[in-house]
Design a protein around this ligand. Structure first.
Ligand code: NAD
Length: 450
């Protein structure tokens, strides 16, 4: 049996959601303060221009599945799920403007005061990580006088449609993300998506909020990358279409999950070297390619953060586990760990290093030359004995990830601090960036519970 759903905001997302959910047999109440949009929906017309929406809406309207109102209370009273899809624009300075989302929460919360039974509030507008927990839930609780998780559920469920192909995208999402702390009642909510072809992920609201930003940032990055490569190709007289077709055919390293695990800086003999050469050539051609130019400084920033994490412990006896640029090689050229060690030495740290693949006596050629240039006294820092390296350390820096990790974790003493560079963490001595408009879910919950 279909569900009854109210949709707040009849813009691109709300209108498409109304049309698509109604076409799946649900009863949908569209809500918007804009009387022209409400009138359009009431007449089975689309409030926005988007292929297929008018067709779906007029058919659903004829079957009595679509209603429109400007009255939030009427919509909430007649439905069991409210979806929020109002705009979240930028202010002039870029800051996210939550005014519309906050207004709707206030309206839904007020309506919930008078509504018996469990109700789901599903935020589909794009908001920064932490917003659902720190802003949405408290507002709903305050305005309803009810308790999230007991009287109503709150979920962040990002939308991935693209205008122009919105209906197709709605019916074929890459995945569906249910970000909630209230899993007890989630089965009912998931009935909305019974038809969804892709994977469904259950996670926290903050994770779900961040996935949406990661996706959009990545999509923008891809367009910009392809455009900069295209400009370079065009100037060099190379066919960019051929280049990118061949590039895209590599689904092992290029179009794949490879290199997409957050961790430490990249290194090795090729990436940095080739980016430098490419950027130098672009400069010779008077080409501005800011994305390609930003990669090496961004990478260096991760090394700086690694150094800062070690220094923030306030301890100076440091064991470095892993020196080569990745596990299973003794190649030290451009290894970010070498740069990290060099910086820490400059900061007065006493360092011992262990790497199962690196023994100075065995290093030859360019690899040895690199060491002689960067940290010539490395021989006195390297040891073949991990236990010996660990024994005198106050801080243990884990660089190259691998099987050694478990052994390392098991052998750490309680007084030793682990800095795992493979796991991005805030630098402890600095104040953590507060979530815009609030703190963490735990903070706000604790504050509200008194
Ligand atoms: N447009 C897209 O392609 C797209 C895709 C994915 C996610 N999103 C996100 O979805 C959200 C909505 O985007 P959009 O493009 O549909 O916005 P939009 O500006 O087209 O529509 C927003 C609607 O909300 C209405 N509204 C404002 N206050 C209201 C209230 N108190 N109650 C009910 N309705 C109210 C406005 O009148 C308007 O009709 C944004 O957060 C956006 O980032 C958009």
């Amino acid at each position: 049996m279909g569900l009854s759903v109210s949709i707040f905001g009849l813009g691109y997302v709300g209108a498409v959601t109304t049309a698509c959910l109604a076409s799946k047999g649900h009863t949908v109440w569209g809500v918007d303060p804009n009387s022209i949009k409400v009138a359009a929906l009431e007449n089975g017309r689309t409030p926005i221009a988007e292929a297929e929406v008018e067709d779906l809406l007029s058919r659903a309207k004829a079957m009595g599945r679509v209603f429109a109102t400007s009255n939030p209370q009427e919509a909430v009273a007649n439905t069991e799920i409210s979806i929020i899809s109002v705009g979240t624009p930028n202010l002039r300075n870029g800051r996210l403007d939550l005014t519309h989302v906050q207004d709707v929460c206030q309206q839904i919360g007020t309506a919930l005061r008078y509504k018996p039974g469990y109700h789901w509030v599903v935020l589909r507008s794009t908001v920064l990580p932490g917003t659902t927990d720190a802003v949405i839930t408290p507002l709903l609780e305050d305005s309803s006088g009810k308790c999230a998780g007991v009287d109503f559920g709150v979920c962040f469920n990002p939308e991935f449609l693209r205008e122009g192909t919105a209906v197709h995208d709605f019916f074929h999402p890459p995945f569906t993300i249910i970000g909630t702390h209230h899993p007890e009642h989630v089965a009912r909510l998931k009935e909305i998506y019974a038809w969804v072809p892709g994977a469904m992920f259950d996670t926290t609201p903050a994770n779900a909020e961040m996935v949406k930003y990661a996706c959009n940032a990545y999509h923008a990055l891809k367009v910009t990358f392809a455009n900069e490569i295209g400009v370079l190709c065009g100037t060099l007289g190379v066919d960019s279409k051929v280049v990118m077709e061949i590039f895209k055919s590599d689904t092992h390293l290029n179009i794949s999950g490879a290199y997409l695990n957050p961790g430490f800086a990249f290194g090795g003999s090729c990436l940095a070297k080739d980016l430098r050469a490419l950027n130098y050539r672009a400069g010779e051609l008077d080409l501005e390619l800011p994305l390609l130019r930003a990669i090496l400084p961004s990478n260096a920033g991760h090394i700086d953060r690694g150094v800062a994490r070690v220094l923030a412990t306030g301890k100076r006896d440091v064991a470095v586990i892993g020196l080569s640029f990745k596990m299973g090689t003794d190649d030290l050229r451009e290894s970010p760990m070498v740069h990290l060690v060099k910086s820490l030495l400059g900061e007065g740290c006493r360092i011992r290093i262990w790497d199962k693949d690196v023994a100075l006596g065995r290093l030859i050629g360019s690899n040895r030359a690199f060491i002689q240039e960067f940290i010539p006294h490395i021989g006195s820092l390297l040891s073949d004995d991990m236990d010996e390296v660990l024994s005198s350390a106050q801080v243990v820096v884990l660089g190259t990830n691998g099987p050694v990790r478990e052994k390392l974790l098991a052998s750490l003493r309680p007084d030793q601090v682990l800095v795992d560079l493979n796991t991005p963490e805030p630098i402890k001595s600095q104040p953590q960036a507060a979530v815009q408009d609030g703190g963490t879910w735990e903070d706000s919950r604790a504050a509200r519970l008194g």
